[in-house]
Design a binder for this molecule. Structure first.
Ligand SMILES: CSCCC(=O)C(=O)COP(=O)(O)O
Ligand SMILES: [Zn+2]
Length: 209
């Protein structure tokens, strides 16, 4: 598997699993090859113990190109990865995890965006401004995942987000980057920001975002 994108995905999933962000088979990761196709985690796999056969290679039309385990199915949330890759052709990796903090933060916002605190960590998401006013798009967790994906694609076609991340209410966060390493960092940064927001709510200090 040397030079195989699945090596990065397996290592990332193990790290996120160990952080408690991919427990109980939660979350899905994908990464693109030079031909535009992508490896994505098969559905329902234990994300702390992935092997090369726990992935499926698909093209941007959602057609399966390689399936090392013939009994596997693509992630149930493949349509969201497709919406991200179709919206952002430069994206090379798309990572989705479920943390408790992401779920709590999604309940802090009543509307369709979450305002983020103007902290230094925003630079890690590409925001280099004095006292930035930044929000992350927040989507409804429809039972039908393709419906979530459709809303993502429709919104991003007219209004690209300020940061390479989206939150689904009561579900989890999805990020994308121009490499697997970048997407990995983005997950760590958004989860830091969510943790900050939850802790700020619990603190006696008056924080407004
Ligand atoms: C307990 S996880 C519920 C499904 C989900 O939201 C998820 O991220 C994992 O789905 P997959 O089909 O990719 O395993
Ligand atoms: Zn999910």
């Amino acid at each position: 598997m040397s030079g195989d994108l699945r090596t990065d995905l397996i290592a990332a999933a193990k790290h996120f699993y160990d952080r408690g962000w991919m427990v109980g088979t939660a979350g899905n990761l994908s990464s693109r090859l030079d031909d535009g196709s992508f490896w994505i985690t098969a559905s329902g796999r234990q994300k702390g113990k992935l092997t090369a056969t726990d992935f499926i290679r698909m093209n941007l039309d959602g057609i399966i190109l390689e399936q090392p385990d013939p009994h596997s199915r693509p992630s149930a949330e493949t349509s969201i990865h497709l919406a991200v890759y179709q919206s952002f052709p430069e994206a090379q990796a798309c990572y989705h995890v479920h943390s408790i903090e992401a779920n709590l933060v999604s309940r802090l916002a009543a509307g369709d965006v979450v305002s983020l605190p103007a902290i230094e960590m925003l630079k890690g998401l590409g925001v280099w401004e004095e006292n930035p006013q930044v929000s992350m798009p927040l989507f409804t967790n429809y039972f039908s995942v393709p419906q979530i994906a459709q809303e993502i694609g429709e919104l991003f076609a007219i209004s690209p987000p300020q940061v390479p991340a989206l939150l689904i209410r009561d579900h989890g966060v999805t990020v994308w980057g121009n490499s697997p390493a970048t997407a990995y960092n983005y997950i760590e940064i958004v989860e830091y920001i969510f943790r900050y927001m939850v802790m700020a709510r619990q603190s006696i200090l008056d924080y407004t975002f």
